[in-house]
Write a protein that binds this ligand. Structure first.
Ligand SMILES: *[C@@H]1O[C@H](CO)[C@@H](O)[C@H](O)[C@H]1NC(C)=O
Ligand SMILES: *[C@@H]1O[C@H](CO)[C@@H](O)[C@H](O)[C@H]1NC(C)=O
Ligand SMILES: *[C@@H]1O[C@H](CO)[C@@H](O)[C@H](O)[C@H]1NC(C)=O
Ligand SMILES: *[C@@H]1O[C@H](CO)[C@@H](O)[C@H](O)[C@H]1NC(C)=O
Length: 306
């Protein structure tokens, strides 16, 4: 996530031999921050510049953003993740877009439940100590748990989406920024196969740490391993998506998307798959059929990079 203001925002989809196509271009220049894809392939989109959660059908040309809900006491939305079938966790906060921090006390985690006739939205938790919750992750096998990346202090919180109870699950200097605000540390995170994968924007790292869930508590059980780095000064990783093969599709400011994957000997490599995205912020795979499952929807801040 980065809060720099750009004139346009768009969603691009990257596919197979990696052609990209603009799916939606915001007429008002809405900075799109994060994305989840519903079972029927509608996109759920958050923006750091709007407290309203939007939905978009990516298969219609000139689609329009439909409003799902406007979160009270908030100016922007950041992470979003599906943690039970068609039930999502969303972070809402009062954001200072210059300091790139949220007002202390304003960071809240909400449940957005589409399983009924109309969406049901409820506040689950307030993360009182945090000045920036960024990405969210589900925890496979633990449908009540969500993990949340604190980009300011470099920790991962766990939140019980049933009770609202919050605790620090993983804390490591590799998750923190090595510079003061507006720099940010851990940005995106995903749990897969006993590891928590993450990006750290300021450090320019993509890595993982082994985790287990013991008596409902997520804990790290080993050292952080760096699997990839940005190659050039001025580049920063943002959020990412994991595909079924375990490859990570990582958005990289100012303009690219890289896929990171392990060789048979265990070493990870990275390849650039798109280079003309305008401040890509996050990605999620389509759903519903084979073509959609091989399409990656990428949100962007839009416009020119600086
Ligand atoms: C919004 O903030 C006001 C004033 O601090 C508070 O009374 C109210 O409960 C808050 N609403 C929600 C949904 O958190
Ligand atoms: C918030 O900070 C206080 C004081 O440092 C600490 O005792 C508490 O555990 C923290 N809470 C969470 C949820 O991290
Ligand atoms: C794995 O193979 C690659 C390519 O041959 C090589 O560069 C890398 O050093 C190897 N890693 C290990 C751990 O042997
Ligand atoms: C990237 O370049 C391709 C090929 O020139 C073009 O079709 C596509 O629209 C561009 N994507 C963006 C996001 O500008």
């Amino acid at each position: 996530m980065r809060f720099t203001l750009f004139p346009l925002s768009l969603i691009a989809s990257a596919f197979a031999a990696f052609p990209t196509k603009v799916v939606y271009d915001s007429p008002t220049g809405l900075f799109l921050e994060n994305i989840a894809v519903r079972p029927g392939n509608e996109l759920l989109l958050t923006s750091v510049m709007s407290p309203t959660l939007h939905t978009l059908d990516p298969t219609t040309t000139n689609g329009i953003l439909d409003e799902v809900y406007t979160f009270p006491n908030s100016t922007g939305l950041i992470g979003i993740v599906e943690y039970q079938p068609d039930v999502y966790a969303v972070v809402a906060s009062k954001l200072d877009l210059v300091a790139v921090r949220a007002q202390l006390g304003s960071v809240s985690i909400w449940r957005v439940d589409f399983t009924g006739n109309t969406p049901r939205i409820t506040k689950v938790a307030q993360i009182l100590n945090s000045t920036l919750i960024n990405g969210l992750s589900a925890v496979p096998g633990h449908p009540d748990l969500v993990l949340a990346a604190d980009s300011d202090i470099g920790v991962v919180y766990q939140i019980s989406m049933r009770t609202g109870a919050t605790r620090i699950a993983v804390q490591d200097s590799a998750l923190a920024a090595n510079a003061p605000p507006p720099e940010i540390g851990i940005n995106g995170l995903r749990v897969r196969g006993g590891a928590l994968y993450f990006t750290n924007s300021q450090r320019g790292t993509f890595g993982r740490v082994p985790v287990t869930v013991d008596a409902g508590k997520v804990e790290s059980v080993g050292a952080v391993e760096v699997l990839g780095r940005v190659e050039e000064a001025g580049q920063q990783f943002d959020d990412f998506a994991l595909d079924p093969q375990g490859r990570a599709w990582v958005t990289r400011h100012p303009d690219s998307l890289t896929v990171h994957y392990p060789l048979s000997n265990g070493s990870w490599v990275q390849e650039k798959v798109a280079g003309n995205l305008s401040m890509p912020t996050s990605g999620a795979f389509g759903r519903g059929d084979k073509v959609q499952e091989q399409s990656l929807y990428v949100t962007t801040g839009g416009g020119q990079s600086t």
